[in-house]
Design a protein around this ligand. Structure first.
Ligand code: SPV
Ligand code: MG
Length: 286
């Protein structure tokens, strides 16, 4: 069932030098990503955990993350790349994960080589990696689990995040590409993009590269392209901006005991009815 969106994502990756994805955490944020003409949605574990107000630390179950991704898939017409953390366990869990995400119409799953339970990459000192062999076996399992579907498997290495260095990151990435990964995500939490760019320059395989420029946000489109990185994921900006906006609005209302000051600065009910699809409903059924 994932085949249509997976095929769309595969074609995008084959035909474009750069694909832009943005993080979302529910139906409405996914719609805004689509409305702003991103190519794909990143169903971010960080954003979804934040929306439940729990740590991004393998606290949410696969069912909760899958259900959230499914809600997004039902309301948008662009591919969803589901952030599946460590794959919710070992190779057997990954097999079932791939099968279920594919059946839910999700275009791609992304798993990372941290040990379960994982902690968000920006929390210092909490992450440990599984062996390259263990993670390659998980990738092979995801490939088997997708069956005949076109579900894309993103393999993410955290070797740079935990300080293992470029050689280890490249060795792991080679092993994951050999195991059948469709896209290789190289993550970094440094402020400058140099290690990611160097990784890209040294990557000789045909497997496309992806990156998440959260900390090295100064990177340019030209640098990304010159390093041969094709998929760029703005992983958490929808949630970070939503929290700031909601907080400011609520603070102004409580301090004035009135919403009149904020009325002109927030989305109107009409705009939200449009995003809900209310006009269609009223047009057809009322
Ligand atoms: C996410 O958005 O959940 C990610 C990216 O996995 S990061 O927060 O950098 O780990
Ligand atoms: Mg995540």
């Amino acid at each position: 069932m994932s085949t249509e969106m997976s095929t769309m994502l595969r074609r995008l990756i084959e035909s474009r030098s750069t694909i832009l994805a943005a993080g979302a955490h529910n139906g409405i944020s996914a719609k805004l990503v689509e409305r702003n003409r991103f190519d794909a949605i990143w169903a971010s574990s960080f954003e979804i955990s934040t929306s439940f107000a729990v740590p991004d630390a393998s606290i949410l179950t696969m069912s909760e993350l899958l259900e959230t991704a499914r809600v997004m898939a039902e309301v948008v017409g662009i591919p969803i790349i589901a952030d599946c953390d460590t794959g919710f366990g070992d190779a057997a869990n990954v097999y079932h994960m791939a099968h279920r995400y594919s059946a839910a119409g999700i275009a791609a799953v992304c798993i990372e080589d941290k040990r379960f339970p994982k902690t968000n990459s920006f929390v210092d000192g909490c992450s440990e990696l599984v062996s390259p062999g263990n993670f390659a076996a998980k990738i092979e399992s995801a490939v088997r689990g997708r069956g005949d579907s076109e579900l894309l498997i993103f393999a993410r290495t955290e070797a740079l995040v935990v300080g293992c260095g470029l050689d280890e990151a490249l060795a792991r990435a080679h092993a994951y590409a050999d195991a059948g990964a469709d896209v290789l995500l190289i993550h970094s939490k440094r402020r400058d993009p140099e290690e990611v760019l160097e990784f890209g320059r040294r990557w000789q395989r045909r497997t496309p590269l992806a990156c998440i420029p959260t900390s090295y946000y100064g990177i340019t489109r030209e640098e990304i392209q010159a390093a041969g990185i094709q998929v760029v994921i703005f992983a958490n900006h929808a949630m970070r901006s939503a929290v700031r906006a909601m907080d400011r609005t609520l603070a102004r209302i409580i301090s004035a005991c009135s919403s009149s000051e904020v009325e002109g600065q927030i989305a109107s009910m009409k705009e939200l009815f449009e995003l809900q699809g209310m006009d269609d409903l009223v047009g057809h059924f009322r």
